[in-house]
Design a protein around this ligand. Structure first.
Ligand code: ZNA
Length: 244
């Protein structure tokens, strides 16, 4: 009994790291122990509300990746739909499909002052404090993903809300601002609509999106029914370019 309890305690302490390493090893050509070390340095031993996004710079440098021009997919308020689509159809890559985002997707983690451990409970929530461990990670990883965006870039936005382009979102506050016209040719917005959708491509927030874009980046918006996206992702016969 003692051994089992001890085992459980030890396993709890190492499970975050082993999940990180296992996910990292799905990608070829990276030193996952080194990437873990760089990641951990960002927050271990720190107040979990005082982790600025720059703390993850060494992780970003260690997990450098090659952009997939023309296939990069951004999203805001469409998390489940977009990942269902990218999982089933090998057309686009979201941040969560790359090493950068996949190692901690859907996880919570933080450190504590005076401790060298990684905790997965008792961490500050997304809005509890601005510079929290998890939020700063996504700010930094999103910035890195947007920095290398190239060719035609796609963004799946939610047409069932009144402000699909919300200035408080990471997509608006970080990613769009980093698209550089020397690399990005077009931004193609896929505005996902449901039955009683409240928004279309003439939406005021989408006007702001166009204003925010670096001069020289062309803009396109298309309303696409959510059902059409589901149909397309579940039909292996349909080629990438035919979904919208
Ligand atoms: N995979 C993630 O958990 C994640 C990914 C979290 C945050 C950002 N991202 C990047 S940024 C992603 O690759 C997209 O390209 C970008 C989407 O960020 P967004 O524009 O801020 O979109 P969103 O739908 O508002 O938020 C994205 C995700 O952030 C959500 O699904 C949540 O996991 C998290 N989040 C955002 N706001 C809150 C929140 N979680 C808890 N409370 C919140 N208020």
């Amino acid at each position: 009994v003692v051994a089992v309890v001890l085992g459980l305690i030890l396993r709890q302490g190492t499970s975050f790291k082993s999940t990180f390493i296992d996910r990292c090893e799905q990608f070829e050509g990276y030193n996952c122990e080194k990437i873990w070390g760089a990641f951990e340095k960002a927050y271990v031993g720190r107040d979990p509300c005082e982790v600025p996004m720059e703390a993850y710079d060494p992780f970003i440098a260690a997990a450098h990746f090659k952009p997939a021009c023309g296939r990069m997919m951004f999203w805001s308020k469409t998390k489940d739909l977009v990942h269902d689509f990218t999982e089933k159809k090998d057309c686009f890559l979201t941040l969560e499909d790359t090493l950068l985002g996949s190692v901690v997707n859907d996880l919570t983690w933080c450190g504590k002052e005076g401790s060298s451990e990684t905790f997965t409970t008792g961490c500050p929530g997304w809005t509890y404090c601005e510079n929290n461990t998890v939020r700063s990670f996504w700010n930094r990883a999103s910035a890195a993903f947007a920095d290398v965006a190239c060719g035609d870039v796609t963004a799946m936005l939610n047409g069932s809300i009144t402000t699909p382009f919300n200035s408080a979102s990471i997509f608006a506050s970080i990613e769009v601002k980093r698209f550089d016209s020397s690399r990005v040719k077009n931004l193609n917005v896929v505005l996902v609509t449901q039955k009683n959708f409240v928004t279309n491509c003439t939406n005021a927030s989408l006007k702001n999106l166009q204003k925010e874009l670096d001069a020289g980046i062309k803009y396109n918006c298309k309303e696409v029914a959510e059902a059409q996206i589901h149909e397309c992702s579940s039909d292996p016969q349909k080629p990438c370019g035919s979904c919208w």
